[in-house]
Design a protein. Sequence first.
Lengths: 470, 177
Amino acid sequence: MSAVVSPIREPLITGSKTYHDITEDICGPTERAPGLLWTIAMALSVAGLATFAFSVFWTVYFGIGTWDLNRTIGWGWDITNFVWWIGIGHAGTLISAILLLFRQKWRTGVNRAAEAMTIFAVICAGQFPLIHMGRIWLAFFIFPYPNTRGPLWVNFNSPLLWDVFAISTYFTVSILFWYTGLVPDFATMRDRSTGMRRKIYNFLSFGWTGSAKHWQRFESLSLILAGLATPLVLSVHTIVSFDFATSVIPGWHTTIFPPYFVAGAIFSGFAMVLTLMLIARKVLHLEDYITLEHIESMNKVILLTGSIVGTAYLTELFISWYSGYIYEQFAFFNRALGPYWWSYFGMMACNVLSPQIFWFKKYRRSIFVTFFMSIFINIGMWFERFVIIATTLARDYLPSSWSYYVPTWVEIGIFVGSMGLFFVLFLLFTRVAPVVAIAEVKSILKTSGDQYKGKNAMPHHHAHDDHGHH
Amino acid sequence: MSQNKSKEVLFGLYDDETDLMDAIRVANKEHLEIDEVFTPFPVHGLDHLLHFEESRLHIAGFVYGAMGTLTAFLFMSWVFTRDWPIIFGGKPYWSVPAFIPITFELTVLFCAIGMVVSYYTVNGLAPGITIPTLHDRITDDKFCIAFNTNGASAQDIGNMKDFLSKTGASLIDSKVV
């Protein structure tokens, strides 16, 4: 939007693309039959989804006793998975909303897929509190609706209820934001197609024409939705952290939780965006739109948020010692050296130590290193939530209640299966919608295309051509 | 918006937004009345050239947001002080700090839903609506200036055509929409 682009910025669109090339490249994959890789990935994901469905059926039919949770450890993989998935979702909103407010142009290459990831991750996250209730058919009790029991209202002072509002609002706003951006791109796909396909995309594109007045309102709406989504995304993980922080459990009852959870969420979300994008750019041939420049930018965010998370871990340790409060001290001693020491060290290695490799530009721009790091971080952030939840509960105030917890096949099936659910949704998305925001990428072509800037720029083009007059 | 009755439209397609903006400047100078401009992506500065007023969506957004704030806060206050007061840990019934998260979430929710609905309503867009487009490449890579030629004299239409060709339109056509 701003016409001023620093000359030292690298181009964000390579291959000397024209506007029409962009349309062709991004719409193309959805118009051809799916390739072998897609088919294999879909088959695996459907198998995962089937596992999920079966394990959830088992849970609902026999009850959550099948998870082997016990009186001491009442939250296990279920809430770990919930926090993990919801955290992953946060990167999509960060890219589409916060980076829009900061006018970061590299957002345009990845925002569509990242927002899709947000929505699918929130869908996966939402499953866990629901099945965790045990009687899922009574899930509507969590909403304050007029009922025949008084009406007896829900407890508005409970962070668990705040979570209900935060996550349903987050899901709704994410979908609205995402779909608003998709409408013009669906119109592009509509105008390239014929027959039934045209009818479907005409329906999906709401009759979009590209009128200048509509675009003006579109930009106004996008800006305000971004302005709303930014505090929203921060509030969502803050409220998730309140689930723990407002309790009286040592190790949970800490004021550092909200910023620490938000940083961790962005950290894990960017890792998942990278995992998905590195595969998608290869499979869908989007290397010209999701360039090394994009990957490097995301690795910088990972380095920053990873270091914030690392600082938070160390701060927690320091404060638990400095507080002089023996229960707090024991909670952290137990975390690091208790029965679940391996998960604490997994968390530290994956989240704090390994991202430090991104101080080196060479590794930030290495696809191989980035891919492995993104997997490490996904694992590390899962461990973080497991550490916070299971290790803290395993050693409570009464040594007679101390216990250990190992998940059953049902819980493992639900977690692994939730990835099947996620990837089924994501793979379907790559077939029916443009994976890169077509209109937004076109709008940065003149300032960030490699024929206009960078070392391959052609002299007769000038990046500021279209912005000269006001 | 004038989508209800059919109108005759003369339009020209440009290959680049720079050509489009230059053409609009010429049209403004020659006092030609442009009916609509269509572009494949939001072109920066176009709204100023076309003398659009600033969108008032953000005002609507504020109103919707304020409605959300009031709905959440007043409802929770009513439940916990009038309808069914419950003591939680000896805290006051009207525990305002605890109402902040839900009040905030509903503010955002009302504002977002309200604005998106308003946006589609004022644009005249909805699922299943078909608005005839002038050319299939307008959502791809062509930039379009359209004139309404209903009741225009042959001389006016001639002027418009001259304008389109001299400002570099790569395709000039007319259509009834």
